[in-house]
Design a protein around this ligand. Structure first.
Ligand SMILES: C[C@@](CO)(OP(=O)(O)O)[C@H](O)COP(=O)(O)OP(=O)(O)OC[C@H]1O[C@@H](n2ccc(N)nc2=O)[C@H](O)[C@@H]1O
Ligand SMILES: Nc1ncnc2c1ncn2[C@@H]1O[C@H](COP(=O)(O)OP(=O)(O)O)[C@@H](O)[C@H]1O
Length: 297
C-alpha cells in the first residue's frame, strides 16, 4: 500500500460564527455554525505491522496531551476501536504503528482531538479495507465527540444540532486566515457551563458571497456565543482578538469554537501569511499560523 494511502491530514476546524440556539434536556447545547477548515492541521501516519496497534505522539504539542497521551483514551485509539466494529468479511484489520504529528494546540477550539479522531476513521477505513458507508462512519464519529462528524467531512459546511446535523454552506470566496493561540488550554465543558444569557436565533445566510469583504460583513452581524465566557476564563483571548483586528487588511477577528484559538479573515492567503509573521514576532511564545483554507484533494 502506498505511503500516500497511509497518511491522512487532520485539518483545523474553525467556526466562523457559533450561535447557541437552544439546549437539549441532556444538557448538550444546540448550535448553528458555519464551519471551515484551514490548511493548518495535525498529520496521522500508519505503518501496518504484526505488533498490536499502538500510537506514538510527535510534533510541537505531542507531549501536551497528559492523561489522554498515547493510550486507549486518545481519540485516535478510540476511533480505531470503533472502526473494528464496522469490519466485514472483506476487511483486513491489522496492528502496527500510528504516528500522530500534533501541530495544533490542545483544547483550543479548533477541533484538534476531533480532527485526529476523524482522520483515524478515514485512514483506517481505507487501510483496513473496511470501506464503510459514510453514514456508518458518521454514526461512529458522533459517538466520539460532537465535533467529530464535521471533522470527518473536513469541508465547508453548516453545522447544527449538537454537531451532528450537517448541511451545505454558502460558497466561500477566496480568502486567507490567521490562527492565534495564547497557549492556555480552555475546557469546552467549562465554557459552555459559564455561558449566560438566552439563546441566539439561527443565522440567515446568503447563497454565496462576491468576495471576502462581503462574507466578513455578514459575519460581523453574527457572533460566537461562547466568546464571552471563554474570555472570562482566559483574558488573553481579548489581547489576541485586538492584535488580530489591528492587522492591516484584517476583515474580521473572532474566537473559534470554545477557544482559546482566535482567527482573522483576510482577502488572501498571502495577506494572512504576512499578518501571521507580524503576530508571531509580537508574541513569540504563542502559536500563530497564517495561510489558506483546506480543500479536499
Ligand atoms: C464547541 C465546539 C464547536 O464546534 O468546538 P470546540 O470548541 O470543541 O472546538 C464543539 O461543539 C465541541 O465539540 P466537542 O469538543 O467534540 O465536544 P464534546 O467533547 O463532545 O463535549 C464536551 C462537552 O462540551 C459540552 N457541549 C459540547 C457540544 C455541544 N453541542 N454542547 C455542549 O454542551 C458538553 O458539556 C460536553 O460534555
Ligand atoms: N489526539 C488528541 N488530540 C488532542 N486532544 C485529545 C486527543 N485525544 C484526546 N484528547 C483530549 O480531548 C480534549 C479535547 O481536545 P481538542 O479536541 O484538542 O479540543 P478542541 O475541540 O477545543 O480543539 C483534550 O482535553 C484532550 O485531553
Amino acid at each position: 500500500m502506498t505511503a500516500a494511502l497511509l497518511t491522512e491530514a487532520a485539518p483545523a476546524k474553525i467556526n466562523l460564527y457559533l450561535h447557541v440556539t437552544g439546549r437539549r434536556p441532556d444538557g448538550y447545547h444546540l448550535l448553528d455554525s458555519l464551519v471551515v477548515f484551514a490548511q493548518a492541521g495535525d498529520v496521522l501516519r500508519y505503518e501496518p505491522g504484526p505488533e498490536p496497534l499502538h500510537l506514538e505522539l510527535k510534533g510541537r504539542f505531542g507531549q501536551v496531551l497528559g492523561h489522554a497521551a498515547a493510550g486507549p483514551d486518545n481519540l485516535v485509539m478510540k476511533a480505531a476501536a470503533a472502526l473494528r466494529g464496522l469490519a466485514g468479511p472483506g476487511a483486513d484489520v491489522r496492528g502496527g504503528r500510528l504516528v500522530l504529528e500534533k501541530n495544533l494546540p490542545v483544547a483550543s477550539g479548533i477541533g484538534g482531538g476531533s480532527a485526529d479522531a476523524a482522520a483515524a476513521l478515514r485512514l483506517l477505513d481505507r487501510a483496513w479495507r473496511i470501506d464503510a458507508p459514510q453514514a456508518a462512519l458518521l454514526a461512529e464519529a458522533e459517538k466520539l465527540g460532537a465535533d467529530v462528524p464535521v471533522c470527518l467531512l473536513s469541508q465547508t459546511i453548516r453545522m447544527e444540532g449538537i454537531g451532528e446535523t450537517l448541511s451545505p454552506a454558502p460558497a466561500l470566496p477566496d480568502c486567507g486566515m490567521v490562527l492565534v493561540n495564547c497557549g492556555q488550554g480552555v475546557s469546552t465543558p467549562d465554557v459552555f457551563r459559564r455561558r449566560e444569557g438566552g439563546f441566539v436565533p439561527r443565522a440567515d445566510l446568503p447563497e454565496s458571497w462576491a468576495n471576502a469583504q462581503a462574507m466578513a460583513e455578514t459575519l460581523q452581524a453574527l457572533e460566537n456565543s461562547l466568546e464571552a465566557p471563554a474570555r472570562a476564563l482566559c483574558p488573553l483571548i481579548s489581547t489576541a482578538l485586538a492584535d488580530i483586528a489591528g492587522q492591516p487588511d484584517c476583515l474580521i477577528a473572532r474566537m473559534s469554537g470554545s477557544g482559546a484559538t482566535c482567527f482573522g479573515l483576510f482577502p488572501s492567503a498571502e495577506a494572512a501569511s504576512q499578518a501571521a509573521d507580524r503576530l508571531a514576532d509580537a508574541h513569540n511564545a504563542w502559536w500563530v499560523w497564517g495561510g489558506g483554507l483546506f480543500h479536499h484533494p
